[in-house]
Design a protein around this ligand. Structure first.
Ligand SMILES: [Zn+2]
Length: 460
């Protein structure tokens, strides 16, 4: 296939934007990128898709996703993180069946594809969601993913009195054993589209000795680790109670930092922490909508980036965002970072698009494979329909995407050389069936949980 006549944001090392550009796909990889005329001459027999001057760019990489939370979107609005967890999210998730886990993953994948995300890191798959069903439906969706399997051995958040819902409790031995089994079964599946990682709970939910075991096993098997760290003030208090200056130093002491580690949030961090993260090659996923909605703070993105930390971008989950639209969150990431810095030039649109593409690829350990449009890389890319009032005029395509576009402007999605969405129709999942299934299930889950969530205004 050749995608011709596009404005191509390559994200290559020179960050070239190619007008009248084309991209040739051979199998799962990009065969060539260049001017349309040259590419068409070089590959004359190829099937050609006219992009009508629209924007073609690498697929977005969401580095912090809770697949299981799509089904409980909007269940815990306007609550602080701990009430959010204890009164709503864990109560509902603790009543999931494996069929609910799969249905939520399908709904989430559908939404991600429809807003231009092609790869993601799932941070915490609990036992009760059913790993096999989730992995299977993600494979079917055509997406690329690192699936983090939960590991835990303490039923609490930060302090022992912050008890988890019993439906969410797992023991250390089983959670490690099942993570390794999932790794053996699914890592590398779908021609390498799936990875299986450790997704341990936040400090306070895992004993220090179990963290040591996780980091040892991850090193042995070259597995990734993703963990929520320094999200709320309570996380900082927990680290101090354990004799550490900060959660980052706690993580460092237990082998949880390094180039295969992705830390979510890092809101409560300082310059000394950034230095440790940069030196160890640890990645950070910034989740601006989630932090803003739960009012946990504005992550020091500018400081992290300036210290040399690879910062990527994540949407987090249905109850904390409440969408999985990376394009919307790019805009918010820029606003918040500049607001915190008191400087509208602190984190510009170009840096934000890097965070959502090449930085995300690096965090997934896939910088050589995805994140930019270059010959030899995997063909993961999206096409934005620019024929819209809110995208007109487009002086600068990067600024247009970051500041003006919506996820629903994504028209076409290609992952691993395969057309996954065309003209906004997803080709790998039955959209209607997925949405209808979710509409039925969220009510059933709430019923089992004994929770009534709805409008706070009288519904007549
Ligand atoms: Zn999260």
């Amino acid at each position: 296939m050749i995608f011709e006549n596009a404005t191509l944001i390559s994200m290559n090392p020179r960050r070239e934007i190619i007008t009248h550009g084309a991209l040739a796909v051979e199998g799962s990889r990009i065969a060539a990128v260049g001017k349309s005329r040259e590419i068409v001459e070089k590959f004359p027999a190829k099937k050609r898709i006219d992009c009508n001057g629209n924007l073609l760019l690498p697929g977005l990489v969401d580095t912090h996703v809770h697949l299981a939370q799509a089904l409980i979107r909007g269940c815990a609005d306007d609550l602080g993180l701990l009430d959010w967890l204890f009164k709503r999210v864990w109560v509902l998730q603790g009543n999931y069946t494996t069929a609910d886990g799969r249905a939520s993953a399908a709904l989430c994948a559908l939404e991600m594809i429809k807003s231009g995300t092609t790869s993601f890191i799932e941070c915490m798959l609990a036992e009760r969601y059913g790993f096999d069903g989730v992995a299977d439906v993600i494979l079917q969706s055509g997406m690329r993913a690192a699936l983090g399997k939960i590991v835990m051995d303490l039923p609490a958040y930060a302090r022992s009195e912050n008890k988890m819902h019993p439906g969410m409790v797992e023991d250390g031995e089983t959670s490690v054993r099942n993570t390794l089994a999932a790794h053996e079964r699914w890592d590398g599946a779908g021609d390498g589209r799936l990875q299986v990682w450790f997704g341990p709970r936040t400090p306070g939910g895992v004993t220090p000795s179990l963290y040591d075991q996780i980091s040892r096993l991850a090193a042995e098997r070259q597995m990734g680790i993703t963990i929520h760290l320094s999200e709320v003030k309570e996380d900082l208090d927990y680290a101090v109670s354990q004799g550490f200056r900060s959660p980052v130093e706690f993580a460092q002491a237990h082998g949880l930092l390094g180039p295969r580690s992705v830390l979510a949030h890092c809101v409560w961090t300082d310059a000394a922490d950034w230095e440790i993260l940069a030196r160890s090659g640890t990645h950070v996923t910034h989740n601006p909508a989630s932090n803003a909605k739960t009012a946990t703070g504005i992550a020091p993105v500018n400081g992290l980036l300036r210290a040399g930390v690879n910062v990527a971008l994540g949407c987090d989950g249905g109850p904390s965002n409440n969408t999985y639209d990376m394009i919307r969150d790019m805009r918010l990431a820029s606003y918040l970072a500049n607001l915190k810095a008191g400087d509208p030039t602190a984190v510009p649109a170009e840096t934000i698009l890097e965070m959502a593409t090449i930085h995300g690829a690096r965090a997934m350990g896939l910088e050589a494979e995805i994140g930019s449009l270059e010959a030899g890389k995997k063909a993961d890319f999206i096409l934005i329909d620019m024929d819209k009032p809110h995208l007109t005029p487009a002086w600068d395509p990067v600024s247009t995407i970051v500041y003006a576009a919506h996820g629903s402007d994504v028209d076409t999605v290609v992952i691993d050389g395969k057309l996954i969405m065309q003209n906004r129709q997803v080709l790998t999942l039955d959209e209607r069936a997925v949405v209808q299934d979710a509409r039925r299930r969220y009510i059933e889950v709430a019923g089992r949980a004994g929770l009534q969530v709805g409008s706070r205004w009288p519904v007549v």
